[in-house]
Design a protein around this ligand. Structure first.
Ligand code: MG
Length: 499
């Protein structure tokens, strides 16, 4: 197998041209079964389908947490959330903590290598006093977006189709309306959701065009609000799909993906850009038909079954990544080391949990990832890992349902499925049984007993070296920290409103 630099030469890329651009598309609460190219019958995702057809589509790709903030922390740092302290649960508008500034994000890895960096969309890694934790303090030159989930505020300006239909939920009525921020400044509060995706699309296009004109390599991170609850969509896609509000929201996200691809193509940089798409966690099944779908996987958001953490993922880089499907194991944790390698950037001197998957992408080689660790939404040293995947096998040491995964007929998914320890662990062959329906009996099967023994060893080694950072969420909340466009006004939170 040729080395990476040799294969780049074979591909006609000189060393100077080998510093590629990166576009990282990150959907929210989108499940394994939600895209057209992953088998959903009524989703309208032509642009993502096109990336899948022309790129590498993963069948065994995992995020690191079944909820938003910890998953994002791992994506951007290449480290399990337990190391950065972004656990348990998620951050709120008045959270005191956030992704610690001494953690090194992908943007902070790429900037010293000469990259322009921008984030657009849902941050959800903290706000903090005076916007301490916003993207512009975490390696991003520019930011446009909502710094947390869009249900974390009264659902103002949120319209479903047709417009007289309520958006099925009150959201968080006790806090400020949702702000739109440009860098560290609030530019709209409440945000106009119907115009939001267009603003994101324009921002992303402008960023790409500017960097391309300067011939500067760039990193664009687009964590979307879609398809998190509550669903909304602007006029371009509202009412346009067969799938209802969720389908319309997903189609709006897909439309922005199309706009970004058009910008890459128009500026002539598409062939020198790695576009990577995945999602932060599994579907919020409690929203029923207005939540996503894990397809054939078990349960969804909030659980350590595969439906909570196995995600659609696509790597697209015309001329460099051959179209195809891979069953190799990979994770959001692997993005940072892979982008660092491709950019010839220096890795941070910290323990990384990600592995470089360049050979998997470029040469359709093997993944260096042999295991995936599953922490619940509230990781603790007391319980440790809930599950471990090694090769095709997954062993559950603990299982627990989640509120987010309520309403499905599977009794293991909702919150009523209380924490259960398994000794011996529940063992599944995910190649034969991706739905985790049929635990394997190890009795009289020395081969499977050896698998379990190996998994126990791997788990023990991993946990012996895992150092839990202090929890950022346990720092608590302070009502004075919420973003307010009119900081001196009274009474809060209702006065935080600007025309
Ligand atoms: Mg999420």
């Amino acid at each position: 197998m040729p080395s990476f630099s040799v294969s780049l030469l074979l591909l006609g890329l000189s060393s100077a041209a080998s510093q590629p651009n990166f576009v990282l598309l990150f959907a929210d609460d989108l499940g394994y079964g939600d895209l057209g190219c992953y088998g959903h019958p009524t989703s309208l995702t032509p642009n993502l389908n096109r990336l899948a057809a022309g790129g590498l589509r993963f069948t065994d790709f995992y995020c690191s947490s079944p909820v938003c903030s910890p998953s994002r922390a791992s994506l951007l740092t290449g480290r399990y959330q337990t190391r950065s302290g972004v656990y348990p649960g998620v951050l709120y508008p008045d959270s005191i903590g956030g992704l610690p500034l001494n953690e090194t994000t992908i943007a902070e890895v790429l900037k010293p290598a000469g990259y322009a960096t921008a984030a657009v969309g849902k941050w959800h890694l903290g706000y903090g006093a005076n916007g301490t934790y916003l993207p512009t303090n975490q390696g991003f030159d520019q930011y446009l977006g909502i710094p947390y989930s869009h249900d974390m505020g009264p659902c103002k300006n949120l319209t479903c189709f047709p417009p007289d239909v309520k958006c099925f939920g009150q959201c968080d009525v006790g806090t400020v309306t949702v702000p739109l921020m440009r860098n560290k400044k609030i530019v709209q509060q409440p945000v106009n959701f119907l115009e939001l995706e267009k603003a994101y699309s324009d921002f992303a296009t402008n960023f790409i065009v500017t960097a391309a004109q300067k011939q500067q390599p760039f990193f664009l991170y687009y964590p979307a609000h879609h398809t998190h609850y509550p669903q909304y969509a602007g006029t371009r896609t509202a009412g346009k799909t067969l799938r209802g509000p969720f389908g319309d929201a997903l189609a709006e996200f897909d439309h922005t993906v199309g706009d970004i691809m058009a910008a890459l193509e128009k500026t002539g940089v598409a062939n020198n850009t790695l576009v990577f798409f995945t999602s932060d966690n599994g579907p919020e099944l409690m929203r029923m038909s207005r939540g996503g779908s894990a397809g054939l996987l078990k349960c969804g958001k909030g659980t350590t079954y595969d439906g909570g953490m196995r995600e659609p993922a696509i790597a697209y880089w015309p001329g460099t990544i051959q179209p195809g499907v891979t069953h190799e194991l990979a994770s959001t944790l692997d993005i940072l080391p892979t982008m660092a390698r491709l950019a010839e950037a220096k890795l941070p001197s910290v323990v990384l949990d990600g592995v470089d998957i360049t050979e998997l992408l470029i040469q359709q080689g093997k993944s260096k990832r042999e295991t995936m660790m599953f922490y619940p939404t509230n990781p603790s040293e007391l319980y440790g890992l809930f599950a471990v995947r090694m090769g095709k096998y997954k062993a559950h040491f603990y299982t627990q349902g989640a509120t987010h995964s309520g309403t499905t007929p599977d009794a293991d998914c909702p919150v009523f499925a209380v924490l259960k320890a398994h000794d011996p662990p529940l063992l599944f062959d995910l190649e034969m049984d991706p739905s985790e329906y049929y635990p394997l009996s190890v009795t009289g099967r020395p081969d499977l007993q050896a698998v379990l023994e190996k998994i126990r060893q791997v788990k023990a080694q991993f946990e012996a070296t895992m150092v839990f950072a202090n929890s950022e969420m346990s720092k608590g909340t302070d009502k004075n920290l919420v973003p307010c466009c009119n900081p001196q006004c009274s009474p809060k939170p209702t006065c935080c409103s600007c025309a």
